[in-house]
Design a protein around this ligand. Structure first.
Ligand code: ADP
Ligand code: MG
Ligand code: ZN
Length: 490
C-alpha cells in the first residue's frame, strides 16, 4: 500500500453467551446437537408465542461491562430488527437498538513498541439466528434452528484501530476477557466468537474518515489479518487511480485471500426498528451490579501486571503468557514442579522462577511458535523444563548447555533427563569433589599460588584450568571460580 494512506478499522464482534438456555425460551443453548433438536415454538418463531428474558444473559452482559469499564445502563430496551432470511423464521430479530445495555469503555492494544486505547462504542444483547446448511446438499439448502434464539452480545468498537496487528490484538484481548469473566467460550471454529471488520482509508494527517467497506466471513485471527491487508491494498489502488471506494459489504474468501462484493449499501436493508412490544424494558437494580463487581475474577490486564511484577518481566512478555492460555498453564505447572526441585535441592524457589520464566519466553516460546502446542507435552511437559532449570540453578548445567539439551529434546522427543545422562553433561558441582581438586591444585602449584597472592592476577586463569583438567572438564566453571578464589584468599 502507498505509505500516504492511513487505515481506519472498527470491529463488530458477535459473542455467544455461556448460558444454560436460550435468550427468550428454555431450550438448551448447546453446540453440536442434531439439527433442530433444540427448538420450541418460541425459537421456531411460531405466531402468538411470548418471549421471556433469560436473566443469566443480562448478568453476563453486566460482567462484560464491568470488565471493560463500560457504562452499564439501568434501563435498556429490546427492539425488533426486521429482515427476511430463511434462518430467521419470525422475520425479525430481537435486538437492542436505541437503548443498549452498555456503552463506552475500551481496551488497550499493542501498537508497535507502545500501546493504544481502542474505545467501545456500544455493547448490546440480541438473539442469534439459525443456520443455513448448504454443504453436501444438491439443489437445496436446509435450515438448522438450534442456534436460533441463542443469546449474543454484539460488541461494537469505535473506528480507533489503525493496523491489522492492532485489530488482531484487540480481538485476542476481547476474547480473553470474555473467557476470563465466564461470559463466553470464545470458540471461533464453533462460531461463538464472530467478527466483522469495517475498513476505510484516508490520506495521512486527514481528520475525516473515508468511505468504509464491511468485511464478513473471517473465522480466524489469521484470516482477519489477511483480509484487512488485502482490503487495504485494494482500496489504496482504487484511490491511487482516482476512483472512489464503494460503500458495500464484502466477503472474505479464505481460499484466495481476497474479499469479494456481497451487497452494496444502496441495497442496504431498512430494518424498521421498533420497540419489542412483548418484552418490558430491562431495569437493573444497582445492587445487582455491585454484587457482580465483587464476584469478578482477576482480569487479564490485572494478571499481566501481577505476573510482570512477580517475575520481573516486561509487560509485553507477561502479556504473551496471559494471552496464550497454553503457555500460562504450562508456566503454572512448571512453577509448581520447580517448588519440588527447590525443596529437594534446598534452595529458595525465587532463585529459579526468573530463570524459568526467561527460559519459557525465549526457548519454549520460539519452539511453540514454530511447532505449536505439541511441544508442551510428553518429553517436554512442564516438569521436564523445571528439571532443566533446576540443573541450571544448582550449577550442574550452564544456561547454554540447558538450551542445547532443550534443542536436542525438541528434535529427538526425549526427556532432558535422558539427554543429560546420555551426553554425560551434568556438571560436577558437588562442593566436596570440587574442594578436593582445588586443594590438590593449590598444593601442587605452590609457585603460581604464591605469585598470584603477590598480585599476579593473570595466574588465576591458569589455576582454574588446572582444576578443570582434574575434573575431566566436568566441573562447573562458575563454581570453580568462586571456590578457588575463596581457597586462594585463605
Ligand atoms: P453501519 O451503520 O454501517 O453499521 P456504524 O456507524 O454502525 O455503521 O459503524 C459500524 C462499525 O463501523 C463500527 O465498529 C464503527 O467503528 C466502524 N466505522 C464507522 N465508520 C468507519 C469508517 N469510516 N472506517 C472504518 N470503520 C468505520
Ligand atoms: Mg453495522
Ligand atoms: Zn426454544
Amino acid at each position: 500500500m502507498s505509505a500516504e494512506y492511513e487505515m481506519v478499522v472498527g470491529l463488530e464482534v458477535h459473542s455467544q453467551l455461556l448460558t444454560r438456555t436460550k435468550l427468550f425460551c428454555r431450550c438448551e443453548n448447546r453446540f453440536g446437537a442434531p439439527p433442530n433438536a433444540l427448538t420450541c415454538p418460541v425459537c421456531l418463531g411460531h405466531p402468538g408465542v411470548l418471549p421471556l428474558l433469560n436473566e443469566e444473559a443480562v448478568r453476563l452482559g453486566i460482567r462484560l461491562g464491568l470488565a471493560m469499564g463500560c457504562s452499564i445502563h439501568q434501563r435498556s430496551v429490546f427492539d425488533r430488527k426486521h429482515y427476511f432470511y430463511p434462518d430467521l423464521p419470525k422475520g425479525y430479530q430481537i435486538s437492542q437498538f436505541t437503548y443498549p445495555l452498555l456503552t463506552g469503555g475500551g481496551l488497550t492494544v499493542r501498537s508497535g513498541e507502545g500501546t493504544r486505547e481502542i474505545r467501545i462504542h456500544r455493547i448490546h444483547l440480541e438473539e442469534d439466528a439459525g443456520k443455513n446448511m448448504h454443504a453436501g446438499i444438491r439443489d437445496a439448502s436446509h435450515v438448522d434452528l438450534n442456534r436460533s434464539g441463542v443469546p449474543l452480545l454484539e460488541i461494537v468498537s469505535e473506528p480507533d484501530i489503525r493496523t491489522p496487528e492492532e485489530a488482531v490484538d484487540y480481538l485476542k484481548k476481547l476474547r480473553q476477557i470474555l473467557r476470563a469473566t465466564g461470559v463466553s467460550d470464545g470458540n471461533m471454529e464453533e462460531g461463538s466468537f464472530r467478527c466483522d471488520a469495517n475498513v476505510s482509508l484516508r490520506p495521512g494527517g486527514s481528520s475525516v474518515f473515508g468511505t468504509k467497506v464491511e468485511i464478513k466471513n473471517m473465522n480466524s485471527f489469521r484470516f482477519v489479518h489477511k483480509a484487512l491487508l488485502f482490503e487495504c491494498e485494494r482500496q489504496a489502488q482504487l484511490l491511487d487511480r482516482g476512483e472512489r471506494v464503494v460503500s458495500e459489504t464484502r466477503l472474505f474468501d479464505s481460499s484466495t485471500g481476497r474479499t469479494l462484493p456481497m451487497r452494496s449499501k444502496e441495497e442496504a436493508l431498512d430494518y424498521r426498528y421498533f420497540p419489542e412490544p412483548d418484552l418490558p424494558p430491562v431495569v437493573l437494580d444497582p445492587k445487582w451490579i455491585e454484587e457482580e463487581r465483587s464476584r469478578l475474577p482477576e482480569l487479564p490486564h490485572e494478571r499481566v501486571a501481577r505476573l510482570s511484577g512477580e517475575f520481573g518481566i516486561r509487560e509485553e512478555d507477561a502479556e504473551v503468557l496471559v494471552l496464550e492460555e497454553d503457555l500460562s498453564r504450562y508456566l503454572e505447572e512448571a512453577r509448581e514442579a520447580l517448588h519440588e526441585y527447590a525443596g529437594k535441592g534446598g534452595w529458595p524457589v525465587e532463585q529459579g522462577t526468573p530463570r524459568l520464566v526467561n527460559f519459557l519466553l525465549s526457548e519454549v516460546l520460539r519452539e511453540w511458535n514454530r511447532k505449536g502446542p505439541a511441544i508442551l507435552t510428553g518429553s517436554l511437559a512442564a516438569r521436564e523444563i523445571s528439571y532443566l532449570v533446576a540443573l541450571v540453578v544448582e550449577e550442574r548445567l550452564s544456561l547454554n548447555q540447558a538450551k542445547d539439551v532443550y534443542a536436542v529434546c525438541i528434535e529427538s522427543l526425549r526427556t532432558p533427563r535422558e539427554v543429560v545422562a546420555e551426553k554425560n553433561l551434568s556438571q560436577e558441582s558437588g562442593e566436596d569433589a570440587l574442594g578436593r581438586w582445588i586443594d590438590d591444585v593449590v598444593r601442587e602449584n605452590p609457585g603460581e599460588v604464591q605469585s598470584y597472592r603477590e598480585g599476579k592476577e593473570r595466574l588465576f586463569g591458569f589455576l582454574v584450568g588446572q582444576v578443570m583438567k582434574k575434573s575431566g572438564g566436568k566441573a562447573n566453571p562458575q563454581k570453580v571460580n568462586r571456590l578457588l578464589k575463596e581457597a586462594l584468599s585463605r
